[in-house]
Design a protein around this ligand. Structure first.
Ligand code: XMP
Length: 509
């Protein structure tokens, strides 16, 4: 049984981060909604410790999320973070009140109990990150304060031999001693063996896939993106040629991408079928300008093409997918509703009567990359920027035509190659060029021009939920702009998009 640390989610924005930080310590972690804890099944499930997350709620709210902490702690050690700590204090007779002013930002620990195991190796003066509107004003009987800041007396407390609460957020990168604290809890107190690694994941997953799939055939749709590519290579390692991959070219990929990626896949030993269906996509998109209709047409066409190709593999039993952990985590909204955002390819498995096989469903994005590297995949496939399924269609405002795709591919190629050549590619989460539905006047040589404008878009982000525009050097932007205007026929103006998300989105459509 895989040993694990459970993170009980009370709806904090940093819950996923707690899970990731524990994984960074090479310990497997799982995020579970606060009301789904498997009481009494700790040994069966391999649970060796529990972390209670923060929450946007107050513990004294009528509808506050609650859990039987004593029952959990009777089985395994517990660490409460922020709301988790306040819930402990509140439940066992302490007092939690609104702080006179919201405590937010950097703070430094002025007192640390030198004997406390979760503060081992952490010295007074250590920086932590606070973010709470409530504060603990008195501790339950028998609890002891183990750390304070000048403003927050009970910054951390011990609630018994195997239970602690911290008001600050050790999972946040600004908490400089946070990883040490999480390590002290998970390794020092819970006894985690730190055996979770890309290599161990590959070994166990390949064995599991072999047992699960036996001699069955699996179909998998490749997109050129990291997740589907890594899923394919992993499946290939487990079942070899019983995996058939289908890579559909809708005609709106980047310049040369279809041929290049297909070659990469073949070099990786994948049994892959490339299907050029661009004529169908362009025909169905003719005259369509509404962004949502464009997406729907592309989605429906994709399913039709994929379906037709997959039907040729008559004895397939499974559909492989590159779904990753953030796609599957049941996230809590503030109302307590559990929202599950789990995409699969437009209901394909049901339609095709296939079972779903998702070998990466337990991994965060950075872990998918680590697994890809450990599988020996080329770096350019692993560090590739995310790219939308409908491709350049959502970067051409208005009707999509082959001619416009051709122009955009050239401009995009110059921008992306420029980023790679300047060593900026990996500093950026995602980048691309947008073809605007505007023409403007320019002058080239002695000629007046009346041509198209494009916008460059480059953002930094960690998960695409929020994003900032990338502060690319002016010299670099000037060079790219010059090159696009000089080399791409039909473009005479280049803009740089300096909107962040929210309120803008990464894509323009
Ligand atoms: P937005 O534009 O919503 O994009 O800020 C967030 C992330 O999602 C990608 N994206 C898509 N991916 N199909 C996809 O597979 C789509 O229709 C789609 N729209 C946006 C976008 O590239 C970014 O990474």
């Amino acid at each position: 049984m895989q040993e694990k640390i459970v993170i009980l989610d009370f709806g904090s924005q940093t819950t996923q981060l707690i899970g990731r930080r524990v994984r960074e310590l090479n310990i497997y972690s799982e995020i579970i909604p606060y009301d789904k804890y498997p009481f009494g099944r700790e040994a069966e499930e391999g649970i060796i410790g529990v972390i209670l997350s923060g929450s946007p709620l107050s513990v004294y709210d009528k509808d506050a999320f609650k859990v039987d902490i004593a029952a959990i702690n009777a089985a395994v050690p517990v660490l409460g973070i922020c709301y988790g700590a306040q819930l402990m204090a509140h439940t066992f007779g302490g007092k939690v009140e609104p702080a006179p002013s919201r405590e937010y930002g950097r703070a430094h620990l002025s007192y640390i109990d030198p004997a406390c195991p979760i503060f081992k190796g952490i010295e007074p003066g250590a920086q932590v990150w606070m973010s709470h509107g409530d504060t603990i004003t008195s501790l339950p009987e028998g609890y002891t304060c183990v750390a304070s800041t000048p403003e927050v007396k009970f910054a951390a407390f011990c609630a018994g031999p195997k239970m602690w609460g911290v008001q600050f957020h050790p999972e946040v990168y600004h908490s400089e001693c946070g990883m040490q604290l999480l390590e002290n809890f998970t390794v020092g107190v819970c006894g985690a063996s730190r055996s979770w690694s890309a290599e161990s994941f590959i070994e166990t997953t390949v064995a599991e896939l072999k047992a699960q799939l036996g001699n069955d055939r699996v179909i998998l749709g490749l997109s050129g993106g990291v997740d589907s590519s890594v899923a394919a290579v992993l499946l290939n390692r487990a079942i070899g040629s019983n995996l058939t991959c289908i890579f559909v070219d809708h005609g709106m990929l980047r310049k040369n991408e279809f041929a290049d990626v297909l070659r990469d896949y073949e070099c990786l030993g994948l049994n892959v079928r490339g299907v050029d269906a661009s004529d169908k996509f362009f025909a169905d998109l003719a005259g369509v300008t509404d962004p949502e209709r464009k997406r729907k047409i592309i989605g429906a066409d994709f399913i039709e093409v994929f379906d037709k190709e997959a039907a040729k593999i008559t004895d397939a039993r499974w559909l492989g997918q590159g779904t990753i952990y953030p796609d599957c985590i049941e996230s809590l909204s503030i109302t307590g509703t559990v929202i599950k955002s789990h995409h699969n390819v437009g209901g394909l498995p049901e339609r095709m009567n296939l079972r779903l096989c998702e070998p990466l469903r337990l991994l965060f994005k950075d872990e998918v990359r680590a697994v890809g590297r450990a599988l020996g995949m080329p770096e350019h496939l692993i560090t590739r920027h995310p790219f939308p399924g409908p491709g350049l269609a959502v970067r051409i405002l208005g009707e999509v035509t082959r001619e416009k795709v051709g122009i955009l591919q050239e401009a995009d190629h110059i921008f992306i190659k420029g980023l790679r050549d300047s060593g900026l590619y990996n500093d950026v989460w995602q980048a691309g060029v947008i073809l605007l539905p505007v023409q403007s006047v320019g002058v080239m040589g002695d000629e007046r021009t009346y041509e198209r404008a494009v916008a460059l878009r480059a953002v930094t982000s960690t998960d695409a939920m929020t994003a900032d525009w990338a502060h690319l050097p002016y010299e670099f932007l000037a060079k790219v702009s010059n090159e696009i205007i000089n080399k791409v026929r039909g473009v005479n103006r280049v803009c740089y998009d300096i909107s962040s998300k929210p309120p803008a989105t990464i894509e323009w459509e």
